[in-house]
Design a protein around this ligand. Structure first.
Ligand code: TLP
Length: 346
């Protein structure tokens, strides 16, 4: 049975063009700065995001960790959403390895942190307090349904950050999904952030890799932190070669994933027992609540898997389905009929 895997866009496999590029990549030792393919990818990424410099790392988690540790020292504090990947899903890395304290503020349903919550969270200069250093935002905001933060919101947070002398890090794991969905140049979304991370190996379908982008000075500091966490790699052009193809060929097609997610969401929203907020389906992530069905999320996904469709249980009642390269319209139809079969048989 052919499986329709909607657990994540991280399951995407590289394209033929990527495999070809990997096979023929020009290589060198990147710790010496001598891998021409890595250098090319980093220059492309910096240019694309409107930053001075960029650095390749092995994962989105590493990109965020290296970024936070480049902005903050021990006893410093980040202001971060309570549904942020950095807070929820990175094993507490910045506190475990960097002694960086986190101050969580609630993510609003639209993915934002309210400006007043951010302002309230900023510490005054008092020996009792950690030092507020960095505001972390996420675009698209994964756990809020893959919603997009807008350029206007970014500008407002920038003004607040400037008022208090804070920096902004943007976890842009899916920043190109946001740019495509909003119909804006990605630079509009990154302009107001001091550092940005984005992933090659989600919807862009490269096998490995993320980029950290920022000023020359920031990336210089980040190279040292990357070394500390064991992330200086040698002939990494093998990885960068696929990343170049991802940036050149895989960005515009994200619109297809968004269209498929919309079809999937429309279908699911009409099924008995499923609650789904269509306004939050803006990109390729579809979150829905199964508490009106006979199953909790884990049981729902287990039974669906037996029908050849994989989705991800997120919490007790929430399930996530993600569209991506390799998922076509017939796969979406198959997923919908599997869910309706499941619901009908109970
Ligand atoms: N997210 C994964 C899981 O960890 C939840 C997924 O399937 O969505 N930032 C954001 C916003 C992310 O969604 C992720 C991955 C990362 C960072 C981390 O990227 P990786 O997995 O490359 O370390």
């Amino acid at each position: 049975m052919q499986v329709v895997d909607l657990r994540s866009d991280t399951v995407t496999l590289p394209t033929q063009a990527m495999r070809q590029a990997i096979a023929t990549a020009e290589l060198g030792d990147d710790v010496f700065g001598e891998d021409p393919t890595v250098n090319r990818l980093e220059a492309m990424a910096a240019e694309r995001l409107g930053k001075e410099a960029a650095m390749l790392v092995m994962s989105g988690t590493m990109a965020n960790l290296v970024s936070v540790l480049s902005h903050c020292g021990r006893g410093d504090e980040i202001i971060v959403g309570d549904k942020a990947h950095i807070f929820l899903d990175e094993a507490g890395g910045c506190s475990a390895l960097g002694g960086v304290h986190s101050h969580q503020v609630p993510n609003q349903p639209d993915g934002t942190l309210s400006l007043s919550d951010i302002e309230t969270a900023i510490r005054s200069d008092d020996i009792h307090f950690p030092r507020s250093k960095l505001i972390c935002l996420e675009n698209t905001q994964n756990m809020c349904g893959g919603v997009c933060l807008t350029p206007a919101y970014m500008r407002q947070v920038r003004q607040l950050a400037d008022k208090y002398g804070l920096a902004i890090h943007l976890d842009g794991a899916r920043i190109f999904n946001a740019a495509v969905a909003l119909g804006v140049d990605v630079k509009e979304l990154t302009r107001d952030a001091d550092s940005v991370s984005f992933c090659l190996s989600k919807g862009l379908a490269a096998p490995v890799g993320s980029l950290v982008c920022g000023s020359q000075d920031f990336i210089k500091a980040a190279r040292r932190v990357r070394k500390i966490v064991g992330g200086g790699t040698r002939q990494a052009g093998i990885i960068a070669a696929a990343g170049i193809v991802a940036l050149e060929q895989m960005v515009d097609r994200l619109a297809e994933d968004h269209a498929n997610a919309r079809i999937l969401a429309d279908g699911l929203a009409n099924m008995p027992g499923i609650a789904l907020d269509l306004a939050r389906v803006q990109t390729n992530l579809v979150y829905f609540d199964v508490s009106g069905t006979a199953w909790e999320a884990a049981g729902f996904c287990e039974r669906l898997a037996a029908l050849g469709v994989l989705m991800l249980p997120i919490d007790r009642h929430t399930v996530r389905a993600v569209t991506h390269y390799g998922i076509e319209r017939p796969d979406v139809e198959r997923a919908l009929s599997a869910v309706s079969q499941l619901l009908a048989h109970h």
